[in-house]
Design a protein around this ligand. Structure first.
Ligand code: ZN
Length: 169
């Protein structure tokens, strides 16, 4: 290891995080409420529901635009993945790359090409912080992304013809 000069606090915390993701030790595993462990599509779908709940919570506090935008993209991607996993032979391993979700959304017929590409472009623009305002998120962006994430989620839920596990009202 060449990390001898890195701070102990970081290394210790990193070790703990690695153990946590490998589910090593530290007593009873406490899973997040509401996330389905049933099938992969249900897990991804209910993650999206929970992310949208976080968006609501953040928006009610007003001002956390960066977090709202990030979480909205997460909710959109989890919703698309849920649809893909439920309605095609895709597996979770296919979705290693964020951009792939948006491409897949068109390939599997969830959205028209233009719509899926516009979403992918939004994602890339947010990633590269190339939009106007020098990459500083705005209230309008946060509100627009909240609407988009909810609309995509609702549509994906409605298109999954396997019954609903959606936690949203
Ligand atoms: Zn939901």
């Amino acid at each position: 290891m060449s990390n001898g000069s890195d701070p102990a606090a970081v290394l210790t915390a990193l070790d703990r995080a690695q153990d946590a993701f490998e589910m090593v030790g530290r007593g009873r595993t406490a899973f997040e409420d509401g996330i389905s462990a049933d099938e992969d599509w249900k897990t991804q779908l209910t993650k999206a529901c929970r992310l949208l709940e976080v968006v609501d919570t953040l928006q009610s506090q007003d001002g956390y635009y960066t977090a709202v935008i990030e979480v909205c993209f997460g909710a959109i991607e989890r919703s698309i993945e849920a649809y893909a996993l439920a309605m095609t032979n895709d597996t979770l391993q296919d979705f290693r790359d964020h951009q792939f979700s948006y491409e897949r959304a068109h390939q599997i017929g969830l959205f028209e090409r233009e719509t899926a590409e516009a979403m992918k472009d939004l994602y890339s623009e947010n990633r590269t912080e190339s939009y106007y305002g020098g990459g500083r998120p705005t209230q309008e962006q946060a509100e627009a992304m909240t609407n988009l994430a909810n609309a995509v989620h609702q549509f994906a839920v409605n298109q999954i013809r396997k019954g609903s596990v959606c936690l949203c009202d």
